[in-house]
Design a binder for this molecule. Structure first.
Ligand code: MV4
Length: 493
């Protein structure tokens, strides 16, 4: 096992990885940007070093500065967390060259799934279902028309180097094809430096289902079950659950076996995720994520597997400590991402200082967070405040716990999306497990959020005037009132 690991990330995921290190008796090195000097993760570490100014390009993406700290502190390995350098083949490659172990797959594996066209070809050759479409990049209209007519409209044009939903557009008829081909190529070139695009059948209301993978350096690969991540906004996941409400033992067997095959096809090692789109009873390989994901806690909660510790053990050359038959998903987990953002203003980030922050707890509740009262959420990084994960013996118990926990949160100083999560937990389609990637629009969730926000404001204002409190205290009182009211009402109604 390593003696010392550097964590090249910030906030809750840096803490998550350091917790794993501490349980493994491994010393931790944090690196932080100027605005994170007083962040919890920097204090949690055994050692912490500044790596540059706030903009990520000058700090958390600054390979030279990070590698320099690793060498100077004698860290034997680097855990990249998610985002930032976690799926950067150049960084993984530099670690390999400089004798530092990158806690993730090889730079070669990262590169081989970075191109969507190449990844799709590899998976198809391995016998894994892929969405019908062009085998190669498309640069002329004639080929595009031919492919589109063969698979039938609607089709989607996607950037091969794309990610995060950027560089993809739906085409519903031939007359739109030329313009979309050109515009998608332009976006692909400017966003990813590679104009290559491809075409595939557009699935109208798919569900996003993914499988967690663990693979060691001895050829052992297992899957650690499924997650469903259909509830998202502009390709930002907001709610995830495990298992997927549509999962059956037979489907899990088939998809899980394909996920393992997919990992084997790219010589995968460490933790990874195989994403599938599910539509009308069929599933298709979508892409592979070569990192520990934001939503990993739901898998940990239903399986008992500590994914971060497994990652570190694998990187240190240990064999997988589980066989496939040891993995069982017990009960139900749901994660809500609590962000500083305004669901009533297009989910626009709402950075600011947390004047009060109190999270939830109690039975079946797990909180992964990197903030504290007095901490400022800056516009430089994503606006995650807290990942709230609950476990229940079944889906209904998990939903009831989530509602109870959401009402226990007290956050004053920034606008959050907690109201959005309350609305979803109350939605009849959500409660029935009827999810799609268009869930928020399809069920007019924002109208429900408006009602919740208005009711909570009203409650706060009434109490504030009764107490003769000034304007500034109203928000704080509203938050406390919600907490007290929910306790009185039994919370999870
Ligand atoms: C699709 C699709 C429908 N049909 N491909 C969005 C992110 C990118 N990685 C792939 N995405 C999609 N690809 C075909 N052929 C719908 C989406 C999609 C989506 C996928 C997963 C989760 C949320 C999504 C939201 C909108 C669109």
């Amino acid at each position: 096992m390593f003696r010392k690991v550097l964590i090249a990330n910030r906030s809750e995921i840096a803490i998550r990885v350091m917790r794993a290190c501490r349980e493994l008796d491994v010393k931790t090195v944090a690196v932080y940007s100027e605005v994170d000097k007083n962040a919890l993760f920097a204090k949690y570490a055994d050692e912490a070093y500044p790596i540059g100014p706030a903009p990520a390009s000058q700090s958390y993406l600054n390979m030279d500065a990070i590698l320099d700290v690793a060498h100077k502190t004698g860290a034997e390995a680097i855990h990249p967390g998610y985002g930032f350098l976690s799926e950067n083949e150049e960084f993984a490659g530099r670690c390999e060259k400089e004798g530092i172990i990158f806690i993730g797959p090889s730079s070669h594996t990262i590169e081989s799934v970075g191109s969507k066209i190449a990844a799709k070809k590899t998976m198809k050759a391995a016998g894994i279902p892929v969405i019908p479409g062009s085998e190669n990049g498309i640069d002329d209209l004639d080929t595009a028309v031919e492919v589109a007519e063969e698979i039938g409209y609607p089709v989607i044009v996607k950037a091969s180097a794309g990610g995060g939903g950027i560089g993809m557009k739906v085409v519903r008829k031939t007359s739109e094809l030329q313009e979309t081909l050109e515009s998608t190529r332009r976006v692909a070139k400017s966003s990813f430096g590679d104009a290559t695009v491809f075409i595939e059948k557009y699935l109208e209301e798919p569900r996003h289902i993914e499988f967690q993978i663990l693979a060691d350096s001895f050829g052992n690969i297992i899957h650690v079950g499924d997650r469903e991540c259909s509830i998202q906004r502009r390709h930002q996941k907001l709610i995830e659950e495990s298992p997927s409400p549509i999962m059956t033992p037979e489907l899990r067997e088939r998809m899980g076996a394909d996920a393992v095959k997919a990992a084997a096809a790219v010589n995968y090692t460490n933790a990874g995720t195989i994403e599938f789109l599910y539509s009308k009873g069929d599933y298709y390989f979508l892409e592979m994520n070569t990192r520990l994901q934001v939503e990993h806690p739901i898998t940990e909660v239903v399986t008992g597997v500590d994914l971060a510790k497994e990652q570190i053990r694998i990187a240190a050359g240990e064999k997988l400590s589980y066989r496939q038959e040891d993995i069982r998903q017990i009960g139900w987990a749901i994660e809500c991402r609590l962000n500083a953002e305004d669901p009533l203003n297009n989910f626009t980030p709402a950075p600011g200082k947390l004047r009060r922050y109190r999270s939830s707890g109690g039975p079946g509740v797990r909180v992964d967070s990197g903030v504290h009262t007095g901490f400022t959420i800056t516009p430089f990084y994503d606006s995650l405040i807290s990942k709230l994960t609950v476990w229940g013996r079944d889906r209904n118990e998990a939903i009831a716990r989530m509602k109870r926990a959401l009402y226990e949160y007290i956050i004053v100083g920034v606008t959050t999306n907690i109201s959005f999560h309350k609305a979803v937990m109350n939605n009849e389609y959500f409660r029935r497990g009827e999810l799609t990637t268009h869930f928020i629009e399809d069920h007019n969730i924002i109208a429900e959020v408006e009602k919740i926000v208005a009711a909570e404001k009203e409650k706060g204002a009434t109490l504030a005037s009764a107490l003769g409190a000034d304007e500034k205290k109203v928000a704080a009182i509203a938050a406390v009132t919600a907490y007290v009211q929910s306790a009185k009402a039994g919370g999870a109604k």
